[in-house]
Design a protein around this ligand. Structure first.
Ligand code: COA
Length: 191
């Protein structure tokens, strides 16, 4: 495996480590019902977060890697970004025809600083330049206005509304599909 490391102005993204610190950090995200409100799963306990990291590492070792789940850290938290505790999670799932879906999640204490835009810009750069993908898409709950704004600001276009496509806690909900094509991508940091 060639470990992925992406660095932006304020954030870095790296592979997960199977350490107590990374399990705690993932649990701080996926165990928080406010954070998972618009995600397709219920809050997870610490053990299941540890299992998730095992899975992420297996996915990272796959010969033809098609899934990237990365820990998001802040540059200001450590000299070497590899040592910093994750404050968020990012994902890129490759499908057919050079298309992929992306996702991002931040711990509650880090909302409202524009970090999700930086994560998405780093994923776009990685997907379109390093992986030579053609299309990136994301599903967003119709009530998740913060997430929709993040994508729209980076040029993602609203393509569809999937009605009752999600079922969680016995409640069905609608999601928007946003997508961006490689030739539409403009890096806001001008890289
Ligand atoms: C959605 C999420 C990623 C947004 O990340 P963020 O870094 O806080 O986003 P930003 O700081 O760039 O804010 C984006 C916009 O939403 C607004 N916003 C932030 N939090 C908001 C909230 N709770 N409700 C409504 N708007 C909100 C911001 O003011 C900003 O608006 P502006 O562009 O008009 O200034 C973050 O809230 C999060 O991790 N949520 C939980 C997981 C999740 O829903 N992930 C996305 C799944 S599609």
């Amino acid at each position: 495996m060639v470990p992925v490391r992406l660095t932006g102005p304020r954030l870095a993204m790296r592979e997960y480590h199977h350490t107590e610190g990374d399990v705690d950090a993932l649990h701080a995200l996926f165990g928080d019902p406010e954070v998972t409100r618009y995600l397709p799963f219920e809050p997870r306990d610490r053990e299941s977060c540890a299992d998730q990291i095992e899975l992420y590492l297996e996915e990272a070792m796959a010969e033809d890697r098609d899934t990237y789940r990365l820990a998001v850290t802040r540059l200001e938290d450590a000299q070497d970004p590899r040592d910093a505790a994750p404050i968020g999670h990012a994902s890129l799932t490759l499908g057919e025809h050079r298309a992929a879906h992306l996702g991002y999640v931040l711990a509650r204490g880090f909302w409202g600083h524009g970090y999700a835009g930086e994560i998405t810009a780093l994923l776009c750069d990685f997907a379109f330049r390093a992986l030579d993908l053609h299309r990136l898409a994301a599903w967003v709950d119709v009530d998740n206005t913060a997430s929709a704004k993040v994508l729209a600001k980076l040029g993602f276009q609203l393509e569809a509304r999937a009605r009752h496509g999600r079922l969680k806690g016995g409640v069905r909900s609608d999601s928007y599909l946003y997508a961006l094509l490689a030739d539409e991508w403009r890096d806001p940091d001008g890289r």
